[in-house]
Every structure is written in C-alpha cells, then in structure tokens.
Design a protein around this ligand. Structure first.
Ligand SMILES: [Zn+2]
Length: 143
C-alpha cells in the first residue's frame, strides 16, 4: 500500500468518518471496525486516530465518557490509551503511541466517541439535524 495522495486522503477521511459513525450508531460492530483498522498501514492508522480524536473533541468527550467508553471497549483500564482518555481533560495524543498500541487506541477512542456522540444525538439532534454523519444512508454494504 502506498501513502495516500491528497485526493486519496479526502476519500480516506470520508471512509473513516463512515466507519466510525456506523460503529457509534450501532450499524457496524466494533470488531468489524477493528478488522478494517487492522488492515491499514501504521501511517493510515495514525491518520484515523487523529481524525477520531477530533470527532471526540467536537462531541465534547469528557473524562466520565472516557470511563464509560473504556468499560465497553474491551481494553483494560490500565492500558495507555484508556488512561489517556480518562484524564480530565482527556489527552488526545493517540497518534504518538507506538504502533503496537494502535488497535487498543482505536477501540478506546471509538467507544468513547460513541458514548459522547449518543448523548449529543439524544439531546441536540433528535433525528433532525444537519450533521451529515448523523444522516448515514441505511443501505450501506458491510463487508
Ligand atoms: Zn446531529
């Protein structure tokens, strides 16, 4: 796999957005998302981790969301990414973790984002908002 050009980068960010939001909205399992993530190069994995950390910030992820998300991520609370996300305020330097920790970081980040984003959807969006990522087509393919 070669490094993405800027066009590929845009496509890749859209794909990341779709995968992560499908997991957050229960349209795709976390394990299926991890399989997608595991097939990426370490460079692409870092891009995804940065991207998802950004979604988390937009969704106003808190330390309490961190604890709730870690509990359902399948990652031990003592693992580096779990500790980082539970700090108050959370630390977001996941792309700086060694590549051996990328999958754990992905599990934790997506799980915590799901908690924060569910709250946002329930309180503010109510099925009628202009967030493109909250209005995903329902008939997508799930490989
Ligand atoms: Zn929304």
């Amino acid at each position: 796999m070669t490094e993405p050009s800027s066009d590929d980068g845009r496509t890749f960010r859209r794909e990341t957005e779709r995968v992560v939001n499908e997991i957050a909205q229960g349209l795709r399992t976390l394990d299926a998302g991890v399989r997608w993530f595991s097939d990426l190069t370490p460079t692409c994995q870092r891009m995804v981790l940065q991207e998802v950390a950004g979604y988390g910030m937009q969704a106003h992820m808190t330390a309490a969301d961190g604890r709730a998300g870690v509990a359902r991520s399948g990652v031990k609370p003592t693992a580096n990414p779990s500790v980082m996300i539970c700090m108050d305020p959370p630390r977001y330097g996941f792309a700086g973790l060694p590549s051996t920790e990328h999958v754990k970081a992905f599990r934790v980040l997506v799980s915590v984002f799901a908690v924060a984003d569910s709250r946002r959807r329930e309180r503010h969006c109510k099925g009628a908002c202009g967030h493109a990522w909250h209005n995903l087509p329902t008939a997508t393919e799930h490989p």
